[in-house]
Design a binder for this molecule. Sequence first.
Ligand code: ADP
Ligand code: MG
Length: 579
Amino acid sequence: MSAAAQGATAMVAETEQELTDGFHLVIDALKLNGVKTIYGVPGIPITDFGRMAQAEGIRVISFRHEQNAGNAAAIAGYLTKQPGICLTVSAPGFLNGLTALANATTNCFPMILISGSSEREIVDLQQGDYEEMDQLAIAKPLCKAAFRVLHAADIGIAVARAIRAAVSGRPGGVYLDLPAKLFGQVMNADAGAKSLVKVIDAAPAQIPAPSAISRAVDVLKNAKRPLIIFGKGAAYAQADDTIRAFVEKSGIPFLQMSMAKGLLPDTHALSAGAARSTVLKEADVVMLVGARLNWLLSHGKGKTWGAPGTQKFVQIDIEPKEMDSNVEIVAPVVGDIGSCMSALLEALGGKWQVPSPEWTGAINKKKEENIAKMAPRLMNNKSPMDFHGALGALRTVIKERPDAILINEGANTLDLARGVIDMYQPRKRLDVGTWGVMGIGMGFAVAAAIETGKPVLAIEGDSAFGFSGMEVETICRYDLPVCIVIFNNDGIYRGTDVNGASNDPATTVFVKGSRYDKMMEAFGGIGVNVTTPDELKRAVDKAMDSGKPTLINAVIDPAAGSESGRIGNLNPQSALKKK
Ligand code: ADP
Ligand code: MG
């Protein structure tokens, strides 16, 4: 071969070298780090990304609205301890997903929102691009970390940083901004593969200091009326056996916050759930485990609690800044809950003296009284149903199917279901969380079914359901084992409000006698209308046995609810309000 011919061959080899691009590098980086499912809504500039991810073996679940996809990703993160991935288009799609990202961050759920974005040069000069928005700047204050990638060679590092930021320390939401141009950027495939990072030990154990452990055990030892409160951080930690061993060895009664219910069975002998007000007032030492003293616990003070100065707090949390956030913490234990609880268990030692029967006996007496008071209300078979009658039936469903996942949102539907329905297994109750936000329902239901393979029962207020209701089509499309029960009382809080000023309906009422079950039928799912607790129980059993997407319209007395459920006191009162 002549020298000239040899030169030409070399040039061909050079141009024919294997190439990769931004699309594939993002997919490869996610796959390398164990991502199996992406939740999102397709559109410019990420439509092809979804297709390619699917072709590469990642499951891509397409929703009807980004907020629901984001909520799905967030709860996937909570259930698996791996960041849930949400994929959206630019500007409006990004903003829709951002609500879920902020909610995930508030709840300490690990999640990564990946949004396509418009061209930097045009966005930064504000020249009016298609869906122009400085997404990175907007995301930053609403999540744990936010990154933008401009070069394909940086994708591997960016994905690694996003994963670490989401799951290490206190988990939360991370935003990853991927401008449209990045997806098409080409680089040598070998160099591309080498640029990827498989994250090692993404959420390292955080071992508590021995001095913090002995301080906490001293406080517990000297307690006369100790109480443990488990929050969803404890459920998230997946240290179920250690937690149970600690409770049973210490003999300390416990309360479980809403999403922690079932960490230990609500029917456990040491559960003080049915004596909540009594124990919060009377405990002299309260140990918080993955639970914040926020509004959900009346900030640790006021009339829910004992007199100021009579109660001491121990707190176990991975976030040091959480300590003393609302009241003084006399024994802060900073570390991951698994490590902290096993260190505490060990430190109890052989000489541990369980709390006096005076304390546990008083709690049991109160529990029995409250349970006996509630029982007849749960057994009523009225039609139209009241909340208690309907919930009595669903309580039995969960008792008989303890591995089902319960999704719950609404006002009265939420507050009453939380109290009535006992949970038996960890991470089976998913609800409105720290913000008390409506709209998580269908996103959570989809992800719960996909991530766990278990049947899902979503108990929804009619108003709450409306925020994500269109996703019933998604549930039918992916043929998920989700049974939705709508507590239909014709409105928000109740369906009886009247507007005295004009012919418009009152602001809180909906169309009377709506048939939400027909929405499900529109997409090939099963719709059922029920008017008694017996009918309701039969319909749910049938849905859960069949695993078919089902929506049950449960007709509830429009007069049965109360304003804002249990938190009506948070409504400001106008001094000018007409009596
Ligand atoms: P709840 O609403 O159920 O009371 P919160 O969301 O208020 O629960 O509190 C959860 C707490 O758990 C947060 O302060 C968070 O930092 C903490 N947390 C989350 N995961 C872990 C973990 N693995 N180890 C220790 N603490 C954790
Ligand atoms: Mg309602």
